[in-house]
Design a protein around this ligand. Structure first.
Ligand code: IMP
Length: 203
């Protein structure tokens, strides 16, 4: 599973939580993950594709081309069954711009008032691109759970305080980060990426 040569790639995100999670997960595979700040880059990709896959590919391609080294991008979000998959690709901006995790979570809880079906899932799509506009591939992962009525816990980010993964009683914001990083939609997408040999396509 571990590539023979250590690889280095840039993670196309300004989200330090995602960077820490992905760095931890890929380190045992001999893949060094740089953040945009480590590389001295400021890149804001407009996430206007209608799917997680489209946004992840767009972020990876634009970042790899701007930076001149391979880039991995993650597009992720929360899909709630009773809201027909909302907030979905709009998860980061559910309550408007700029992104505000507390406001997004408050809007979600308001929209679920009186709703007994609380099933939801986090979804993540990863895309890996090489400079020169070459998309090396994508991988997806998800984690099912339920949305509780009041936020609980201080770890993580986004909707973590209201999401209880199936098989647990704690929210993602109450569980230790090591546990979340083992279970999460991002962990599952990375596992699928490693298993499918995506990182061995790195130049
Ligand atoms: P992205 O940066 O466009 O992928 O937006 C992802 C948004 O989805 C975040 O701003 C969060 O609102 C939500 N999200 C994605 N992954 C997680 C997670 O692991 N925990 C909590 N919220 C998440």
């Amino acid at each position: 599973m571990t590539p023979a040569q250590p690889h280095r790639l840039l993670l196309a995100t300004n989200n330090r939580h995602k960077l820490a999670e992905i760095r931890d997960i890929l380190a045992p595979h001999g893949i060094e993950v740089l953040g945009l700040a480590d590389a001295g880059l400021r890149i804001e990709v407009v996430e206007d594709a209608p799917s997680f896959e489209g946004n992840a590919a767009k972020k990876a391609l634009e970042t790899a081309t701007a930076a001149g080294i391979p880039a991995l991008a993650d597009d992720s979000g929360l899909e709630v069954a009773a809201l027909n998959g909302e907030p979905g690709v709009r998860s980061a901006r559910y309550a408007g711009e700029p992104t505000d995790d507390k406001a997004n979570t408050a809007r979600l809880l308001r929209n679920l008032e009186g709703v007994s079906d609380r099933r939801a899932r986090f979804v993540c799509v990863l895309a890996l691109a090489a400079p020169g506009g070459r998309l090396l591939g994508t991988a997806a992962g998800e984690i099912p759970g339920t949305i509780i009525h009041e936020p609980r816990g201080a770890h993580g980010f986004g909707y973590d305080p209201v999401f209880v993964p199936d098989g647990f009683t704690e929210t993602f914001a109450e569980l230790p980060s090591a546990t979340k990083n083992r279970l999460s939609h991002r962990a599952n997408a990375l596992k699928h990426a490693v298993e499918s040999g995506l990182f061995s396509k790195l130049p």
